[in-house]
Design a protein around this ligand. Structure first.
Ligand SMILES: [Fe+2]
Length: 373
């Protein structure tokens, strides 16, 4: 490699690392153990299983297009306890006053709230509540448990309450304990390392109960190929496909809600700028409002976007998100690509209800075009 090319690559890596430091996403990168070799036939066989399962569910359920609706809760009263624990720079102190509750389908409702990374980058936060076929709900990436959020659980889950609480990565876990306390029968699903991370905060974060019991811990560095379905429990497996990106810096859990072909994910793919999540916030008080964003927010929005010029989004995914084990990352993407999803609900930014598969392929175009894909 020529010196000039080497220096150019080093400059690019430095620029990307600067952006990553804003996201705090590169600080926990890990080097995976070497993987056992997997034959192409074995992988294809695995994907065929996924596709067959998805088709089975698809044909057994009525696929429908739905007009999503959002409703703003009128009751903005929060408990004293909530007020006490909801006060720092990252999350709103008055969650009920700013939460946007939206029915994506009759079976899925999202709770969107403002969330500023480091208090300055407006990425927004979103919790997704999903009605399970056998009763109860699954809660993906819990946000503040307001009275209105609890009402959604009752509306969708009935007497079944919360069956599963999913910490979708090692960053989105702050409100787990609040929900686990309110719904003690809920089974917590989390990535490996989260329990240890929470234990290390002992006494420092009043929201985190380090004694919460995890029902399923997704294991890092599995010897199975990514396309091998992960089983959590029969009722979970019946409704959800799951891919765990253990090589991602944040260790991402991605779900497919099979009955309605909806992809639910956290940090695998942002869709900025965040608009819905700030719908109830005065734009004049924001740093990241699309038409008046400051420099840090403009940079972040340029990287974490899904349309327009995607070169920085692709560089981010290529050089940072997937660099520790790109071949395995690609395997995970192929599993997702084999799912017939029509909607993507991310935790950060806007929900994608049109051309979801095409947008997903666009963001990860370099991965799908690479020789490992
Ligand atoms: Fe996140």
């Amino acid at each position: 490699m020529s010196l000039q090319r080497h220096l150019a690559q080093r400059r690019l890596r430095t620029q990307i690392a600067s952006i990553a430091s804003i996201a705090s996403i590169a600080s926990i990168a890990h080097i995976p153990a070497s993987r056992p070799s997997i034959t192409r036939n074995a992988i294809n066989s695995c994907f065929n299983k996924h596709i067959a399962a998805a088709r089975r569910h698809h044909s057994n359920t009525s696929s429908f297009k739905h007009q999503a609706s959002s409703h703003i809760p009128s009751n903005s009263q929060t408990s004293q306890d909530q007020q006490r624990i909801m006060s720092d720079k990252l999350v709103p102190a008055n969650p009920a006053d700013v939460m946007v509750i939206r029915d994506i389908t009759p079976n899925i409702t999202t709770l969107s709230v403002p969330f500023a990374r480091f208090g300055i980058i407006d990425v927004g936060g979103r919790c997704t509540i999903v009605r399970m076929t056998g009763g109860g709900v699954l809660v993906f990436s819990p946000v503040a448990l307001t009275a209105e959020a609890a009402a959604v659980v009752t509306r969708l889950g009935g007497k079944g309450g919360v069956k599963y609480l999913v910490a979708p990565d090692i960053e989105h876990h702050i409100f787990l304990s609040e929900w686990a306390k309110a719904y003690p029968a809920a089974r917590i699903i989390a990535p490996q390392g989260l329990a240890e991370k929470r234990a290390a905060t002992k006494g420092k974060n009043p929201r985190v109960n380090i004694n919460d019991k995890f029902f399923a811990v997704l294991t890092d560095k599995r010897t199975q190929p990514m396309c091998e379905p992960q089983s959590i429990a029969p009722d979970f497996d019946a409704d959800f496909g799951l891919v765990y990106f253990d090589m991602h810096p944040n260790k991402e859990v991605v779900l497919l809600y099979r009955p309605e072909n909806i992809l639910i994910e956290a940090d695998l793919m942002f869709n900025l700028p965040a608009i819905e999540q700030y719908q109830r916030v005065d734009p004049a008080t924001r740093r990241g409002a699309p038409d008046r964003a400051n420099l840090a927010n403009r940079i972040f929005q340029a990287v974490m976007r899904t349309n327009g010029n995607l070169v920085w989004a692709r560089r981010f995914q290529w050089y940072l998100a997937s660099s520790s084990d790109r071949a395995r990352f690609n395997e995970g993407l192929r599993v997702i690509d084999s799912w017939p999803f029509e909607t993507i609900i991310p935790c950060h930014g806007e929900t994608i209800t049109e051309n979801a598969k095409e947008i997903f392929r666009g963001v990860f175009a370099w991965h799908f075009a690479s020789k490992d894909a």
